[in-house]
Design a binder for this molecule. Structure first.
Ligand code: DC
Length: 222
């Protein structure tokens, strides 16, 4: 049976997960958040006191990390060695470790297998950095969703504020630029727009506008 897939790639804070969740709900697809998988592995490295430059230790630690995905009320849960860590991975520390440790091929290969298996058995909206270029090169629709770093920092700042965390917006933007650079310049499966991806710049668009744009594009190709 044919399963549809929509790949949404782009830098941190472009609105990928918010939009992907809405699209999944509307189309009755499963939302696969691949960043959460890299974050769960990053948490495993942090817990084992491994720093991001310890390549050998990271590669060894991969062998002892079992990552699986479950869905509770339609929400993706990431399970690390039997523990649901979904509530522990949304910190800047884990995000930065995920970006730094995901440069190593063994880290990526471990998760790519899981991502492809999910897309093989359901209709999916999958977001990440290398979905259209590497994980699902035959996706029915590929979107490269971006926004200016200033706008992405503004959104992240607001999001943190809503969670009661007071952060410096300039620091956030600096962090975002650094993360972009690392994600785009790594050797293996870097973040870039696939040739056949549609570029959507969300800097001046609402979430609804971005969602409708992508659903229209999907209806045109399906
Ligand atoms: O989307 P996010 O902020 O949850 O992702 C955290 C980091 O994980 C991101 O900076 C790079 C890495 N990542 C990746 O390399 N490939 C993916 N498909 C998804 C995330």
């Amino acid at each position: 049976m044919k399963h549809y897939s929509i790949a949404i790639d782009g830098p941190a804070g472009a609105g990928k997960s918010t939009v992907a969740k809405r699209i999944a709900k509307r189309l009755n697809f499963i939302y696969v958040d691949t960043g959460a998988m890299y974050r769960a592995l990053a948490l495993h490295f942090i817990r084992n006191n491994i720093s991001s430059d310890e390549r050998d230790k990271i590669e060894e630690a991969c062998k002892y990390a079992d990552i699986t995905i479950e869905y509770v009320n339609g929400e993706q849960q990431v399970i690390l060695n039997g523990e649901n860590v979904s509530g522990l991975i949304r910190t800047e520390e884990v995000g930065n470790m995920a970006s730094a440790s995901s440069v190593y091929p063994p880290v990526r290969l471990k998760l790519v297998e899981l991502q492809r298996a999910l897309a093989a058995k359901a209709d999916v909206v999958m977001d990440g950095r290398d979905i259209g270029t590497y994980v699902l090169p035959n996706a029915d629709l590929k979107i490269y969703l971006t926004a200016s770093s200033a706008e992405r920092a503004r959104r992240r700042h607001l999001e943190l504020k809503e969670r009661g965390i007071d952060a410096d917006i300039n620091e956030i933007e600096k962090d975002i630029i650094e993360r972009d650079k690392r994600d785009m310049n790594r050797e293996f499966a870097p973040l870039r727009k696939a040739e056949d991806a549609v570029l959507v710049d969300s800097s001046d668009m609402t979430i609804d506008e971005v969602t409708e744009t992508i659903i229209d594009k999907f209806n045109a190709v399906k």
